[in-house]
Design a protein around this ligand. Sequence first.
Ligand SMILES: [Zn+2]
Length: 250
Amino acid sequence: MPTKLTELEGYVLSSSKYGEKDAIISLLTKEWKISIKVPSGYDVKSKNHLSTLIFNKVHIDCMELSSSFLVALQTKTLINYTSTYEDLKKSLAIQVANELLIKFFQDRDREIPYLYYEKFLEGVNEGFDTLTLVLIFTSSVIRYLGYEPETGGCVNCGKKNNIISFSWDEGGYLCSHCAQELMTIKEDNNYLKVLRYIFMVDEMRMKKTQLPEASCLRVLEEERHFLFEQLSTEIKSLDMYLENRKKGNK
Ligand SMILES: [Zn+2]
């Protein structure tokens, strides 16, 4: 059987037990998301164990069997983020991002927000506002899935001024004229600004500005609803993250 050797570098999104002590991990690389079997990955005494722990950045030498199934030969941990497990707020925030990547992207999809994820992890671990980061990351997922709303001008007529409203159904900003025609209400300025910012900000600047909480929560709720409407997929860890925030664990 023909085999190929490959080297991969990326983040462990999920890990599950396979057989007695092996693990199957889902790895997010610059190129795509891919499943890899890690021999002895579930054996805590094995050198491979650390490379199967979620959030960690790892380097893996793999053997690619003709069935397109990858098996790890050797693993090395590049960044160890496991201390994050002890911080509920941080780990729940990362779980939201991991769930988005696992549920909304297929293995070997080439359009995947890798750089946003990398900066998102950095930001969460540095203690930057997780709500801002979760919102920007969710927005990057919407963009990569091809559903980015129009925030450069009115989605209906293209006009750049007198923007007063936004509609997920219409797909973007609405000017006063079009908003009136569509009977959409005038929106608060913070909300409109947040919408433009989250779809515009690049990954290098996503941890520069903390966004206003109320608008963040509202837009995040709307994005969750939008993704469910489009793809009938729920983001379960978002409930846990938001629930934990409500308990005052900001
Ligand atoms: Zn218009």
